[in-house]
Design a protein. Structure first.
Lengths: 308, 307
């Protein structure tokens, strides 16, 4: 006899972190958290990921940085951020007031910088975990190479792993031939989880001025346009690795989130949708809860990878 | 503090070819929004267009005793240019719109009492966002043709001090010190001219093709006309328009006697500071790229690097 589920268990595990629900605000689309406090209680989210942090401040790319396409946005923000020191001094105090897991997204221009940052972020009160960006298409330096070469990714993850005791998530680029092999490298390097996908390298041209629409020429495509591809990649990675997968790519509504969970994601990230509807994170949490009740599912864990 | 809320379309009408006036009932925003601030409007419930679109307020009635309906409404003046604004022309009376506002930092009015020259310089549809300044600077505002049946004539004799409780004593800022410069490509793109005239402000008009008024840009016109006015003391300039126009303005307003605030337009994704997509290059040494939506949209003209 089917039991009436009143309060389904939405909690999921990512490494040693237990998230109260699987909904995470994606890096770069959630500012430094405080931009959203006017719209809802962000403590309700499973976790919040910071804008990408580098060792030194970064000015970012010249504008225009945003271009809207059919069902998507190409952005070339260029990882503008205040750098490690000012992040700790100016941004972390706000996050400490939030009753949700804080995951710091970080990147380096060299392996040395990755290791140095991971080491310095380790043990700082208020930080629950790290998301290592080896995949941003917006920096022309070596960053992208780490994210597209399985061997280099393996060695880099391994070194970073040794530099921190915090749960380590590796964020993967979709701009590769075989994303599953990259995920495997991250797993073998010691990652606690992989998150995918970052944006797809893209561009747009203004035919009147005959110039690129973005100051940086190339940017990263996100939004509903990429969802089917991202979903396929999550499914493929789920066939390959045992560590948890955090799925993302064009999630605009609860149905999208559930698709990713069925494909094998233990948690999901909401990115572009935050920019359109700042309350979307909360709406997706409520939607997942409702879905579980309606389908008489006690625990969300049952749903993870439950694709038939 | 911005809110995400819904407003109801009261009226959406074409005021001249390609230009539309949208009257929205939304007390949460209308009672708070200041000149130069903007809203982010969701144009479609679907994902096309995906992003909200920013619109500065053309007319609203904040800081006012709310009696009947009108002060709970605000107005957007928009030009039909692309897919998004095309869809906006299809908004129907009674339709519910999802919006976020008020957003950004608006214009700062001159310290009062003021004996300074005040110049409002607008290009294209940008002039609409300067109109609320004119309303604040003048003691009374008659209803404009654009608002037939929309807004009751305001009580006359209300002074700036009533609008700005913290503004101090006002020795009657006379409208003769406020000069308005309106520029457009052609006569057909000139908007708001009558609105400013109804406020008894000196208005000067420029069209690039010479179809009405001065032939040339509004910046050329400003240069030409401003010679006539007293150059003593400070001059307050408020401007909004295309990037190229503001860039030209920056070239002619190098003197320290001009305090110029410009409202910038930029492609925006979120509008509330989260994505850093709408930045402009400034002279700030620590953070050169500042957000038009958050640190702006109103900036000190001299802080912008026009490139």
């Amino acid at each position: 006899m089917a039991r009436f589920i009143q309060k389904p268990d939405l909690s999921v595990k990512i490494g040693s972190m237990t998230l109260k629900n699987p909904v995470i605000a994606a890096s770069g689309t959630f500012g430094f958290g405080e931009e959203f406090e006017d719209f809802f209680d962000i403590s309700l989210l499973g976790a919040i990921i910071t804008k990408g942090i580098s060792l030194k401040p970064m000015a970012g790319n010249p504008p225009p940085r945003i271009f809207e396409t059919e069902g998507g946005i190409i952005n070339s923000i260029g990882l503008q951020n205040p750098g490690f020191q000012d992040f700790i001094k100016d941004k972390l105090p706000y996050y400490k007031k939030i009753k949700s897991h804080l995951i710091v997204n970080f990147f380096g221009n060299t392996p040395k910088e990755y290791i140095e940052l991971a080491r310095r972020l380790d043990g700082i009160l208020g930080i629950s975990g790290l998301e290592m960006n080896i995949s941003c298409p917006n920096v022309k330096k070596e960053g992208i190479i780490f994210g597209t070469d399985p061997q280099m990714a393996y060695h880099l993850v391994k070194k970073v792993r040794k530099s921190t005791k915090l749960p380590l998530i590796v964020k993967l680029s979709p701009n590769v031939t075989d994303i599953a092999s990259l995920a495997k490298s991250a797993e073998e390097g010691g990652a606690d989880a992989v998150s995918l996908v970052n944006t797809f390298k893209a561009m747009a041209i203004n035919i009147h001025s005959k110039k690129p629409e973005l100051g940086n020429v190339i940017g990263g495509l996100s939004g509903p346009a990429i969802k089917p591809i991202a979903l396929r990649m999550v499914w493929e990675v789920n066939q390959t690795v045992k560590i948890p997968i955090i799925g993302m790519g064009g999630i605009m509504k609860v149905e999208d989130a559930i698709e990713f969970i069925l494909a094998g994601a233990s948690a999901i990230q909401i990115g572009t949708a935050n920019l359109v509807n700042p309350r979307i994170g909360l709406e997706v949490i409520q939607g997942i809860n409702k879905y579980l009740i309606q389908n008489k599912i006690e625990r969300i864990q049952i749903l993870i990878g439950a694709l038939r | 503090m911005p809110v995400q809320t819904s407003g109801i379309v009261v009226e959406n009408k074409c005021i001249q070819p390609h230009y539309f006036l949208l009257n929205i009932h939304c007390p949460a925003i209308a009672t708070k929004i200041q000149p130069g601030q903007f809203i982010m409007l969701k144009i479609s419930e679907e994902n096309s267009p995906l992003l909200r679109r920013p619109f500065s307020v053309y007319r609203s009635h904040p800081n006012r005793q709310v009696t009947k309906g009108n002060s709970r409404n605000f107005f957007i003046l928009y030009k039909k240019v692309g897919k998004g604004t095309q869809k906006m022309t299809e908004f129907k009376e009674g339709q519910r719109l999802d919006m976020i506002g008020p957003l950004g930092n608006g214009f700062t009015l001159p310290p009062l009492p003021s004996s300074q020259n005040i110049f409002l310089i607008g290009g294209g549809v940008g002039i609409a966002s300067l109109f609320p300044i004119a309303e604040r600077l003048t003691s009374s505002a008659a209803s404009s043709p654009a608002f037939q049946g929309g807004i009751k004539k305001r009580r006359s004799g209300s002074t700036l001090s009533k609008l700005q409780p913290s503004g101090g004593r006002v020795e009657g800022l006379t409208s003769s010190r406020v000069q308005v410069f309106i520029g457009a490509k052609t006569q057909n793109d000139l908007i708001c001219v009558e609105d400013f005239r109804k406020l008894n402000l000196n208005s000067f008009v420029a069209t690039e093709d010479g179809s009405l008024g001065f032939k040339g840009t509004v910046v050329d016109l400003f240069l030409y006309e401003s010679m006539k006015f007293s150059r003593k003391g400070l001059n307050y300039v408020y401007s909004c328009g295309p990037f190229e126009m503001l860039k030209e303005l920056a070239k002619v307003l190098r003197s320290d006697r001009f305090l110029c605030q410009v409202s910038l337009e930029a492609r925006m994704a979120c509008g509330f500071g989260a994505c850093w997509g709408c930045v402009v290059k400034t002279r700030d040494t620590k953070t050169p790229y500042q957000r038009v939506c958050k640190e702006g949209p109103v900036f000190n003209l001299k802080n912008i690097i026009w490139e």
